[in-house]
Design a protein around this ligand. Structure first.
Ligand code: AHM
Ligand code: MG
Length: 339
């Protein structure tokens, strides 16, 4: 364990990036610090649980028709309030808001667009299981008034993405397109401390994550792929696989970044108008950027997630991400069935 004086805090790390690699403009650095500070605040409220009166339903629905939890609403407000006045953003968009949030005229406007899922894994809030925040930063096209259209950029245009996990430890995982680093919150000092440099998704894995209760609805390529994993040593893969499903994408992805694996939320037969459950702009894109930066892969079963040009803010997408060899295999099964 490093001594306190030799620790690299998030602030120090970002300033070093700015100086040494010149790939991090000062306004982006400040924006990331503000987002990280908001995550710290959200983490504080999460950790209070019943003591903070933040558990339970807010009695409202979001644009996706999902019941909002009190903490969904609170986390959204924390992110909006923290980021509206800093002068680094042109607009924000959130899972919890139907429309974009342009920066109010009373504040200066900046060059970036921020999207977020304020509290991912909402179904786990009340049962004290890891949840998190996911965010993505895009450049606002020059001279464009921030509108929903300004956000319609493929994920490959992201300039930064990250997530926080509020779990046994509170961690922040961040990429600015130059690898992936993990910071752990030192609660006493209130600082994010760099605890893992250059995270890499192991290329091979024997672990997979999928909500198996949906198996009867899956399309054939997913049935085939999961069938082979479940057949274990007796099947064509000739080895046993293990399944894990936390139902918080942040926690499942964090496990995969740490020890490998594949995460899947496929499209299925239930509602062809909804390709999967997860949202492209503030769930799939930031996670795909992080996983690719860590040497993994991310597709919708047919194409790279980061190449998809969005057509609406809350668009859903099928997700297969994690260890490259497995994502390549399940993508191949989809493409073979298509042709
Ligand atoms: P949320 O953003 O409303 O929390 O929904 C997204 C979550 C993901 O974190 C997780 O992978 C998935 O929904 C779990 O879905 P399921 O309820 O099918 O297990
Ligand atoms: Mg979510």
């Amino acid at each position: 364990m490093s001594s306190i004086s030799s620790r690299t805090t998030l602030t120090k790390y970002l300033i070093e990036q700015q100086r040494e690699h010149q790939n991090l403009p000062a306004d982006l650095r400040l924006l990331l610090e503000v987002v990280a500070r908001a995550c710290k605040q959200i983490g504080y409220h999460v950790s209070k649980g019943a003591l903070g009166e933040a558990l339970g339903s807010a009695g409202s629905e979001n644009v996706q028709g999902e019941v909002q939890k009190k903490l969904d609403v609170l986390s959204n407000e924390i992110l909006l309030e923290a980021n509206e006045w800093g002068g680094n953003l042109a607009a924000m968009a959130s899972e919890e808001m139907e429309k974009i949030f342009p920066i109010p005229n009373r504040y200066p406007k900046g060059n970036y667009l921020l999207t977020f899922d304020p509290l991912d894994g909402s179904s786990n809030i009340d049962v004290n299981v890891s949840i998190g925040t996911i965010f993505s930063v895009l450049r606002c096209p020059d001279g464009v008034e921030p509108s929903e259209q300004a956000f319609m950029q493929p994920g490959s245009q992201q300039v930064a993405a990250g997530y926080a996990v509020y779990g046994p430890q509170t961690v922040l995982v961040l990429t600015t397109g130059n690898g992936v680093n993990c910071f752990t919150l030192d609660r006493e000092l209130g600082s994010w401390v760099l605890t893992q440099r250059d995270m890499q998704v192991p290329a091979e894995t024997r672990e997979y994550a999928i909500n198996a209760s949906n198996s009867r609805h899956w399309y054939e390529p997913v049935q085939q792929y999961i069938g082979e994993l479940n057949a274990g040593q007796d099947g064509p893969r000739k080895e046993d696989f293990n399944m894990r499903w936390i139902a918080s994408m942040v926690a499942d992805v964090h496990r995969i970044l740490t020890r490998g694996g594949i995460f899947m939320y496929p499209a299925d037969r239930r509602d062809p108008s909804k390709p999967g459950k997860l949202r492209l702009m503030y769930e799939a894109n930031p996670m795909a950027f992080i996983v690719e930066q860590a040497g993994g892969a991310a597709t919708n079963g047919e194409q790279r997630i980061l190449d998809i040009v969005p057509t609406s803010l809350h668009q859903r997408v099928a997700v297969f991400l994690g260890s490259k060899s497995e994502v390549d295999r399940v993508t191949r099964y989809h493409l073979e069935k298509k042709n």
